[in-house]
Every structure is written in C-alpha cells, then in structure tokens.
Design a protein around this ligand. Sequence first.
Ligand code: PMP
Length: 403
Amino acid sequence: MTAAVDFRADFPVLRRVVDAGPLVYLDNAATSLKPQSVIDAMAGYYDSVSANIHRGKHILSEEASERFEQVRARIAARLGVPPRNIVFTTNTTDGINLVASGLPLTETDLVAIPLDAHHSAQLPWRERCRTVWLAASPYATVDEESFRAALDRSPRVVVLTAASNVTGHTADLDRLTAQAREAGAWTVVDAAQLAPHRLPRIGESVDALAFSAHKMLGPTGIGVLYLSDRLIEELTPSKLGGGTVDWADEHEFRLRRAPYRFEPGTPNISGVYGLGAALEYLDAIGEAELAARDQDLLTVLLAQAKSRPYLTVLGGLSDRDRLPVLTVALRGVPDPSTIARALSDSYGVMCRSGYFCAQPYFAAHGQTAGLRIAPYLYNTEGEIEHTFAALDELHPLLAERAR
Ligand code: PMP
C-alpha cells in the first residue's frame, strides 16, 4: 500500500509552516487540499485555451468543449451511467436545489429527510413541503424502523445522506433507494461526503445524486448532479438562459435535451478542467487503495478517541460502514470553538468546530456543537496522534475556563 507520505509532495499547501510548526490539515470534510496537477489544469485552461465552450467553431472553443465533455464522460463512466444524465452544477447545494425547485411538489407533499442531513439537503425541501424525519441509528445514517415508518406515510421524495459529515456513517444506498422507489418516492442522494472516498455505481432506483468537486481534490465552484431519465422528464429547469434552448422565436422556445437544459449560461470551465485532473489523480490511486487508507485512518481515529474518557464520539465507536470523519464532544467544554482555535494557533492543527450545518442532528442528540477531525489520503497516523495529544493538554485548561 502507498503511504500518505507518497502523496504529500503533490499538495503545495502542505509545505506551509504556521507559527506553531508544520501545518496539520484535518478539515477535509469541509474541503480537501488540491494537488499541483489540479492547480496546473485550471491554470492551463486560462494559459492556453481560455475560450468559451459549445458556442464557437474555432480551434480554442472546440478544444475547451472537447475537454469539458470528456470530463463529463469520465464521471459518467465512473458512475456507470450515460453522459446525458450528468449535469455540471456549482456544488452539492446547487444540485439539490435544482431538483427540489424543479419537481412538481405542493406544500402538502411529504419529503422524508434523514436527521443527520446537511442543511443543503434539507432546507430546499423544507421550504416547499412537509417533512418526515428519518432517525439515525448508532451504526448508520438511517434507522431501519424509522425508515419503514416514513415509507408507510407515502412520501413523494426520500432524501438520503450517502455519508454523514458529522459521524462518517454511510448508508446502504442500493437497499434504501430500492425500498423508497417501491414505496413510490423519488430518491435523492447527497453524496458530498462519499464521493471523495468512492464514487458509487448509480443503482437503478436512484433518481438524483449530487456531489462537489472541492471535497475530492478538485476546485470550488463546480459540482456534479446525476439525474435519472424519469426525473429528467419531470423536472422543470429553474434557471434558463444561453445554452438551454435549441430554438427560440418571439413567441416560443424549445428546451434543449438534458443535460444542457439544466446548464444555463457560461459554466465554470476551468473548474471542469480541475475536476478532470482530480478524477485522474484519484483514479491513479484506485478505490481499493483509498479504501484501505480510509480504514487505517478510521482505526487510528477511533482508537485514539476511545482511550479518552473526556471525549464522546457522535455516532458511537463502531467502525462498520464508516468513513474517517470523526466528531467528538468534549466534557465540560460546551463551545469547542475555543479548542479549534487553540489547536490551530498552538499546534498547527486545522480542524472544524460547530454543528457542521446539521443542527437538527445535534439538537436531537442533546449536543450543541462538536469538534470534527477529518483526515484524507495525505494525512498520517502521526498527525492524528499529535492532534489527540494536543487535546489532552488543552482539555483541562479549557474545561476549567468554561466552568
Ligand atoms: N452535504 C454534505 C453531507 C456536506 O458535507 C456538504 C458540505 N459540508 C454539503 C452537502 C454541501 O456541499 P457544498 O457546500 O459543496 O454545496
């Protein structure tokens, strides 16, 4: 297996030294670092192409269009679907909003939403419909009994969190989407946290699946949305403009076929170049190797947390169906932002505190906030140990101060 050190040289930010010493970046669930190849691909677009796509017949425009569509085809192949079902968005939030605003729903319709859903996967629906919450079990993003009870109420849409950004737990997408489809619901999957670790093959019961490039080594401002053929038929594009119609006169216009009808205006072309390079980087490592590294990182995270009685791990200590994303509550420290600040300033450790846009989950579990430690392929076991040792030093001081 390749060690983290073999990847580290590819990530220029890791060369930074902060006041407290070498940078330890453990905020990957918020966004990942970018390898040099991604930065070069984006700069390369501006350096030597720079033209708009799809609308020109000159060499530069053709070159940009070709690369744009190549990246779409590569993503489609990795997800096991045709390119026409892949829409470029700006991020996961944009993708879920595109679906929520385009489906013909009324305020009496019911949408089932997991309690651990990110605000981006819940608020777009709560705006429009009634909500039935799916409780999280200690081992999964969705509790079985709660799921079955929700399906009995015939929701129009079932939202699923492929992997929680709080607990790292993953969902059994094939089984849950099949059950939801059988109950007559549209299935919408938030794969923002799963995609950096593995791109799922899209099962036949998935209607929509969204993720963001920036969490998987790619740039910000570019996202991916898969739409099933049956959903494409039902969805009204919420934004129209250049590129979305293939014909218009002063009375009427005709929408282009998918995916173009959902991609209005000039897209983030350099972002797509960057996403293409990120996919190439991840594909060169391979999913088996990524999974093995994730397992090693998760094992260290859980072992370190388990041996410290002052820490409570949200979502429990099981390593079953889980990614290396760990949120802890610290006894006697109601506001872990003080810890995150001190970790950064005194130890060079960047991790995140708060409720991570999953406030209903925290409220339901009697917590106000947590500290999230989220390593990725370039992090070492040593960095994780360093972070927990820092917590041992900081915790008594900050608990005393909070008293
Ligand atoms: N869903 C989950 C599970 C996430 O972790 C995030 C990002 N924290 C989002 C959705 C939203 O992603 P973005 O901000 O890229 O739209």
